[in-house]
Design a protein around this ligand. Structure first.
Ligand code: HH2
Length: 293
């Protein structure tokens, strides 16, 4: 099944367009604020400055999030998440021209971010976290990332278990796509993400990356987030800040196996990785066709 050339079903200036190479999604975290007003202002300002820098480094879109989804993380209440995220979304929309994604599983936060100019909702619960989310996506025509997670961020790494991780996640995607589409979302709005590190052991993460191409049959763009994650630390035994090379290897493999959006922290470096991997993968296809001609 062919992937769509654009994402979302909104007005022209709110479409995400897929060029003939994968997109780099830069991560913007709105860090937990201090209690003082001065601290809050600085945190928001720092997040906006970071967003602008990522675009200068080549980010094709930005994912702004105010709730940590790290293993063991506590949830943030809606008012606090809104207070952190929305002023930053509004300011970033004004400061850059690339599409903005809001990383949230709360419908009210998503709606406020879309009102402020975001065009994509990155919901790590795949519409299971807030029953009102699917209606927001259907009504606004925004893009939606349906990510797989076993358990919740608080519990997901306790005892991940799969008989066949690719088959089980395929069944999950099928069910979630059906759920969304029977409630008014159209396929052109949907991005799928296997959720690397979300309720998965090392072997599951490696299998998903090695067999990513098997999710192409859904005809939706695939998003992959491997950046600096713990499974890379298990392989190379390095702290988070020193996992750029490990991330590069995983990004290259994901691109070769069909990833269309790469969610990364190190934008400049990963942009180069995507460009080179895409060129080689494309040439591999050309060479194979020539051999069989
Ligand atoms: N990973 C993290 C957060 N949001 N969203 C999607 N769709 N896919 C992911 O893989 C994904 C995500 C977790 O990344 P982490 O490094 O724990 O935190 P952050 O990137 O927010 O700094």
């Amino acid at each position: 099944m062919l992937e769509p050339k654009t994402l979302t079903r909104q007005a022209k200036d709110r479409l995400i367009t897929f060029p003939d190479r994968p997109l780099i999604m830069g991560v913007v975290n709105v860090t937990p604020d201090s209690f003082s007003d001065g601290g809050r202002y600085l945190d928001a300002e720092a997040a906006v400055a970071h967003a602008v820098r990522l675009v200068e480094e080549g980010a094709d879109l930005l994912d702004i999030g105010a709730e940590s989804t790290r293993p063991g993380a506590d949830t943030v209440d809606e008012a606090e998440e809104r207070r952190r995220a929305i002023p930053v979304v509004a300011a970033v929309v004004k400061a850059v021209t690339v599409p903005i994604s809001i990383d949230t599983s709360k419908a009210a936060v998503a709606q406020a971010a879309l009102d402020a100019g975001a065009v994509l909702v990155n919901d790590v619960t795949a519409l299971r976290g807030d029953p009102a989310m699917v209606e927001v996506i259907a009504r606004t025509g925004a893009g939606i990332v349906l990510m797989h997670m076993q358990g919740t961020p608080r519990t997901m790494q306790e005892a991940p278990r799969y008989d066949d991780v690719v088959e089980e996640i395929s069944a999950f995607f099928e069910e979630r796509i059906h759920f969304a589409m029977t409630r008014g979302v159209v396929q052109r709005q949907i991005v799928l993400d296997p959720g690397i590190g979300f309720g998965k052991l090392l072997v599951h993460n490696l299998t998903l990356l090695a067999q990513l191409h098997r999710f192409a049959r859904f005809g939706c763009p695939l998003l992959v987030g491997v950046s600096r994650k713990a499974f890379l630390g298990q392989l190379v035994d390095r702290p988070v800040q020193e996992r750029q090379w490990a991330t590069a290897a995983a990004v290259a493999m994901a691109v070769d196996r069909g990833a269309r959006i790469l969610r990364v922290h190190d934008v400049r470096a990963m942009k180069d990785v995507v460009q080179v991997t895409t060129a080689i993968s494309r040439q591999a296809t050309v060479s194979m066709k020539a051999q069989h001609a």
